[in-house]
Design a protein. Sequence first.
Length: 578
Amino acid sequence: MENCKEQLTRMLGAALSKACGATNCDPNVITASRPEFGDYQANGVMAAAGRAGLKPRDAAAATIAGLKDPEGLIASTEVAGPGYINIRVADSALLERGNQALAAPRSLIPPAPEARKIVVDYSSPNLAKEMHVGHLRGTVIGDSLVRVLERLGHEVIRQNHVGDWGTQFGMLIAYLRELDGDASVLQAELADLESFYRAARQRFDADPAFADRARLSVVKLQGGDPEYLAAWRRFIDESLNHCQGIYDRLNVSLTRADLDAESRYNEDLGGIIRQLDEAGLLRENDGARCVFLPEFKRKDGETLPVIVQKSDGGYLYSTTDLAAVKLRAGELGADRSLYVVDARQSLHFQQVFAVARAAEMVDERLSLEHIAYGTIMGKDNKPYKTRSGDSVKLADLLDEAVARAYDLVLEKNPDLDEEQRRQIAETVGIAAVKYADLSKNRMSDYVFDWSNMLSFEGDTAPYLLYACTRIKSILRKLPAQASTSSLLRISAPEERALLLKTLQLPEVVNLVAKECYPNTLCQYLYKLSGSFMRFYEACPILQAEPEVRNSRLALARLTEQALEQGLDLLGIQTLEKM
Ligand code: ARG
């Protein structure tokens, strides 16, 4: 079923087009920016009127006069300012929609009219080292997007484009082979991949003979030597186990089946160079093979090359990404291909996308989108690091989050038993870290701040989870004759505001699917919780007469549904108690 915004858009679009004597005018319906303006407003009249040579207020009046509303969605409209239309939705329509959602909770977010095939590249760490704080954003933002897209009925193909190939693996293999004599030593060393990497690096810097063995290892690996391949696989496997541990703990839906390792493309890279050559795009530059596209210029006006093969024959990150674009467009048959990757790689993606289009590796229809995100900063406004200047391991960060959440839960609810408290702390700690990230506009950098994210006040996971437990506890203690099955009437403005808000969940979810900003959903959930709190303060539930009581209980249940489904799309689990 259409949500309110879609239905209003359709109805006003038809009336506006008629008023302007045009086709497909966009009324640009948005949720009202202030409650005085009603529930929704149409901002698109001025532009359409301008094109038709009409006075905007006249066009607005004509639109209203020509509105067809057979289902009675609209209670009232008014022309405002230079030609906006303010719209108030009918209470009866809100009640009817609310009751439909109560009867079938999943219908709160109906599927998109057209299911698409969407590839989402996210998380994608380099396997040479442990996952660190720099991988948090791509992992949680990407996972929220795949949840949203799947929920709307799209076919999502996750691609975890891990870095598992390249010269640094030579060093790791050489070190691994050195330790291989003693299985227990090796196992212990591999338990901490970060120190394994550091130890290998030290060997490499200190011992020229080791450095030679490291370089030889790269050659052997690339030549397909079985022993070196086995050592490499061993390391990669260990590193992937580590990632999986992080994903599971973060409630991130990636599994090994979603791997799209760089090494997967080794055999395809020669073909990519050939294809670029056949398309007449290749040029030699200092022995390297490059693609020059006029749209990429340096500051001095020189065209910037995209290097696809080094003079020694080696391939680059961009070559692999071209092969990946091709797979996603061709074999995987994507309609849309998203890359949830750090904003610092934005030139890389612009170039890869442009080269792929120039070489006709993808056709017009495929939308290639870099879903960029900013950096997590420390209090000093520099990228977040440990005190000693090392990168913060994600595993340590999550441990600390849970430890801090434990203290918070202990303070809030000292009566819980130990086991319960540990479980709650795990959920709250992880949720706090995820929500703090997801609630920021992904394009901006943000400062990592424990006390903010673990507060019960403000736009935080503990606040939202607490709101959820409040509702659940109301619904757990129902009096004997109470029913939560239907909304019967709206008897207070706080009730109406809350009902309208719950019904707007699908509108927000559609926006997230389109524009890929999960913070829009966070903002919505925060406002929804606030709206619930206001309702809860203003409207007595159990003391009210039975019909009002039941209707309010049903509204509480609908709110619980919207909150829970919304949080689930962020990959955040709710609690019964906290
Ligand atoms: N492994 C890369 C890195 O750590 C990110 C890969 C992103 N995906 C891609 N298709 N390039 O920087």
